[in-house]
Write a protein of this length. Sequence first.
Length: 254
Amino acid sequence: MSITNEAELAGMKKASEAVAHTLKAMSDYAKPGMTTKQLDEYGAKVLSDFGAKSAPYLTYKFPGWTCISVNNEFCHGIPSDNRILNEGDLINIDVSAELEGYWSDNGNSFVLGKDINQHQKLVDASKEILHKAIYNIKGGVRISDIGLLIETEAKKRGYKVIENLTGHGVGKSLHEEPHEIANYRDRLNLTRFRKNSVVAIETFISTTSSYAETLKDGWTMVGNKGGFMAQHEHTIVVTDGAPMILTEMNGVWN
């Protein structure tokens, strides 16, 4: 969507506050021995306290309130009573929701407890690349140039990007135009970021794979060549200068 008045900006800020606080609360709440279902139900309670509704459930009837992916699961992991979190796990939580007609989206990958499996370097790379990408976005910048920046920064650190997972427009629904904000230079995409537009910018930084494939459950995605992936995501408003980061209070960069 494009922000055209103060009421719309206030609505987006309110929805973004709900998802950002929920994501931070879930990241802090996660402990070894907990199931991903328990973590999801905790997130559902936080969203509910804000009056917000789960976007993946509303939009796709996703079998959970949030997406929780662990280790070799890249994204869209289904919360489960059978998935128990362990020390050193690489966890990705993606929280998106609707509140009073406005939709916002954010995500965080982190290492649970001690970094016994050496995932922290990947997590840090994803965070740093997202920060650099976002602060290079302003009205008139080509979307493909931000994709090139993300891919270049990933390669510098010895990583790959996932080519079939992208950022997207957001605001009056979960996925809007621009539908694909890729993590690589898509030469066919001549679209530019528009001032006052609301977009969800996501990094998909991978150790081994370049594509994500869907498992038999119809939701969970893993790498075509295995390995691990870190994802971080903010919802922002594009301006003529530094973007307005609506979900900054999720603490991803703290």
